[in-house]
Design a protein around this ligand. Structure first.
Ligand SMILES: C[C@@H](O)C(=O)SC[C@H](NC(=O)CC[C@H](N)C(=O)O)C(=O)NCC(=O)O
Ligand code: NI
Length: 145
């Protein structure tokens, strides 16, 4: 039977990216270093979703010859990663306190968008219903998401 496994994103700074997704509630499950391929794979998941709904971070090590590392620009065909959170206000406050821009604030108590350190769009959706509350209810969007 076909089942969902993971989504892979390439990252330029694995530690910063792991910390970003830890703020959303994910935790590192495992990692694999490839000396031959010069890359590291890091698998993250929400507690209880290990092995069934993971995020795979691919970190390509800097070239041995000292040339510039590959940079990534998101294709318009990629939309976003989405996570359901227990309290969208608490999650957005945690992200904001860590210096993350809340591109689409949770004005309605339901949905917010942020960007990962490499600019991957991440949608946060409230589990259940929360009433609009300040300061989020009157916050403007920051750019696009
Ligand atoms: C472990 C399994 O989930 C994988 O996705 S391994 C896939 C493999 N990844 C790599 O070789 C990582 C380094 C590579 N330079 C890269 O940036 O992808 C692979 O085949 N990757 C190609 C791809 O398009 O995903
Ligand atoms: Ni993969």
């Amino acid at each position: 039977m076909t089942s969902y496994l993971h989504t892979m994103i390439r990252v330029s700074d694995p530690d910063t990216t792991i910390r970003f997704f830890e703020l959303i509630g994910l935790r590192e499950v495992r990692r694999h270093d490839s000396e031959a391929g010069r890359f590291t794979l890091i698998f993250l998941a929400a507690p209880g979703e290990e092995g069934v709904a993971e995020l795979e971070l691919t970190y390509n090590w800097p070239p041995e010859d000292g040339s510039d590392a590959e940079t990534y620009s998101g294709g318009r065909n990629f939309g976003h990663l989405a996570y359901r959170v227990e309290n969208i206000y608490d999650t957005c406050k945690r992200l904001q306190d860590a210096g993350v821009t809340i591109n689409r604030p949770p004005r309605d108590g339901h949905m917010a968008f942020v960007h990962s350190p490499d600019g991957i769009s991440v949608e946060l959706l409230q589990e259940g219903h929360l009433e609009p509350q300040e300061p989020w209810a009157s916050m403007e969007n920051t750019g696009s998401w």
